[in-house]
Design a protein around this ligand. Structure first.
Ligand code: SF4
Ligand code: SF4
Length: 350
């Protein structure tokens, strides 16, 4: 409830600001058109029955669409936080992912997205004449605020890039922790390069995160063949290696990981006290469980591991109290280097 109130307050401020008249900046102010229309060639001058074609202009997106986007993103983040910290059901996370993929991915064409917004914000900070729309700023900030409150809940549900990878994860294999540790560093390098290129002078400015977004072509059903090939390769790898783009490439995921180290609430595999039985150790397809705890920086709040915890199964009424002891004893008897259960089995706190 506290999370919901904080999000709603943030959304209200952003929504009201967007609807207020915006002061003209150097980039948005009207400029005089040097040549008068009356001196341009007219149909009579051109002859041969020439007619002026109807104006062909790209219609700007209505401001209210951006308000809808922001409201839905804020609502999705609140729901994702409740799923990760209170409801703890995987099917809810899957439902939220599918809805977000449908709306933010296929319906809105993957834009605005917080990942690409990183570059707009970098360009806006470096160049005062570059106007960052409030909706873009909101998309950049809201998942970070959510990460500060509740961990990487944006990755667990609302992110369409995460959702499309989650859908194809059929037979997850564990990677050696060193691969995650070292491979994950590439995200920081990519983030640094993207920020430097976005913050460059206007003539040299580049937005590589958007240009090389591997999934936006699927969302829009158009794009360069090379990017379709890249996206297809990532999805093929993603059938066995959980979310390769998130773990090794996503620059915004790197930012979220840094922020979520300081989050107010972090994902807990058990609903209450830890048993340290080790039953959840193999449950995470993203290598985010270490020493029987979800790691703040890499846990994607996907809700997969919860069902592997006997305390959670008991809380759902799926097993009896005595079965917790049986399950943890079986885990302790397994030949493994993990610690056996060390805590007494008591009735979990409701
Ligand atoms: S790591 Fe990046 S792509 Fe993956 S879910 Fe998070 S923000 Fe989306
Ligand atoms: S520890 Fe792994 S399985 Fe559990 S919620 Fe985090 S990412 Fe998902």
């Amino acid at each position: 409830m506290q999370l919901a109130l904080i999000f709603l307050a943030t959304l209200s401020v952003l929504g009201v600001s967007l609807l207020l008249p915006q002061p003209a900046t150097a980039a948005t102010a009207e400029e005089d058109y040097a040549r008068q229309a009356s001196v341009a060639p007219q149909p009579d001058d051109i002859g041969a029955g020439y007619e002026i074609p109807p104006a062909q202009r790209v219609a700007p997106r209505a401001a209210w669409w951006y308000v809808v986007d922001m409201a839905l993103l804020a609502a999705a983040l609140v729901v994702a936080a409740l799923i990760a910290h209170r409801w703890r059901r995987r099917w809810m996370a899957v439902t939220l992912s599918l809805a977000s993929l449908a709306y933010f991915g296929f319906f809105r064409g993957g834009c605005v997205c917080p990942i690409g917004a990183t570059q707009n914000v970098a360009a806006g900070i470096a160049d005062s004449s570059y106007a960052v729309p409030l909706a873009v700023l909101a998309f950049f900030m809201l998942p970070l605020v959510a990460a500060l409150l509740a961990g990487r809940v944006f990755c667990g549900g609302p992110c369409p890039l995460g959702a499309i990878q989650d859908l194809v994860l059929i037979k997850p294999k564990q990677l050696p922790p060193a691969v995650d540790r070292w491979g994950g560093k590439f995200r920081y390098a990519y983030l640094g390069i993207a920020v430097v290129l976005a913050a460059a002078p206007a003539a040299a400015r580049e937005f590589p995160i958007c240009r090389y977004d591997p999934f936006v072509g699927f969302f829009r059903l158009t794009g360069p063949a090379t990017m379709f090939a890249f996206g297809t390769a990532l999805l093929a790898i993603g059938t066995v290696i959980g979310r390769p783009y998130c773990r090794f490439l996503c620059p915004y995921g790197a930012l979220l990981g840094v922020v979520s180290r300081f989050s107010w609430k972090s994902v807990s595999i058990t609903p209450d006290e830890e048993l340290d039985c080790g039953l959840c150790t193999e449950a995470c397809p993203f290598g985010a469980i270490e020493n029987m705890r979800a790691k703040r920086a890499t846990c994607l709040a996907c809700a997969r591991c919860f069902a592997h915890c006997p305390r959670q199964q008991y809380a759902w009424g799926e097993i009896e109290l005595y079965e917790i002891e049986q399950l943890t004893q079986q885990a302790a008897d397994k030949p493994t280097d993990k610690k056996p259960a060390t805590r007494p089995i008591e009735e979990p706190v409701a």
